[in-house]
Write a protein that binds this ligand. Structure first.
Ligand SMILES: [Zn+2]
Length: 146
C-alpha cells in the first residue's frame, strides 16, 4: 500500500508547520491591510505588502462548505473512505480546507461549529477539525514532536 502524501515544507510555510508540530494553528496577518491571510505566502495577496506577521488561531470556526469523499484518490486513502473534507471559516477571519474527523461524514453540515485537532502523519502534524462537542483531544493537548 502506498503512503499518504506529506506536505512539502518551504521557507514560506516552515513557521506554519513548526506551529502545527507545537500544537498551534498559525496564520499570517498583514499589518498594512489588517487582515488575516491563509495559506502562507511571501507577500499579502491583497496589497502585496510584505509586513506579514504570524499569529496563533484559537482553532475554532464554522463549516463554510463540505463534501464527502467516497472514492479514494489513491490506494493510501482507500481505508479512509467515506471521509469528510470541509472549507472552514476560522474565527480570526481566514478560510482553510481540512478533513472533519471524529464523526460520521454525513453528519457534518454547513454552519456547524468545529474545532482544531491534529493528525500525525510521518513526522508532521496535519490540522484537521472535529465538531465542537466531540470528545477528541484538541491541539493544546498534543505532545510536542521531537
Ligand atoms: Zn495586505
Amino acid at each position: 500500500m502506498s503512503a499518504k502524501p506529506l506536505p512539502r515544507i518551504t521557507a514560506e510555510t516552515r513557521p506554519y508547520w513548526e506551529g502545527c508540530a507545537a500544537g498551534e494553528l498559525r496564520y499570517q496577518w498583514c499589518a498594512a491591510c489588517r487582515r488575516a491571510q491563509f495559506y502562507p505566502r511571501v507577500a499579502c495577496a491583497r496589497c502585496g505588502g510584505r509586513a506579514l506577521e504570524w499569529r496563533r488561531s484559537a482553532g475554532r470556526g464554522v463549516v463554510h462548505a463540505v463534501t464527502v469523499v467516497h472514492r479514494a484518490p489513491s490506494a493510501a486513502f482507500r481505508a479512509d473512505v467515506p471521509y469528510t473534507i470541509a472549507l472552514v471559516d476560522l474565527d480570526e477571519g481566514f478560510r482553510m480546507m481540512a478533513n472533519v474527523v471524529g464523526t460520521a461524514p454525513e453528519t457534518v453540515a454547513i454552519g456547524d461549529r468545529v474545532r482544531l485537532v491534529f493528525e500525525r502523519r510521518g513526522g508532521v502534524a496535519l490540522p484537521q477539525f472535529t465538531p465542537e462537542g466531540s470528545a477528541m483531544p484538541g491541539g493544546a493537548s498534543l505532545p510536542r514532536l521531537a
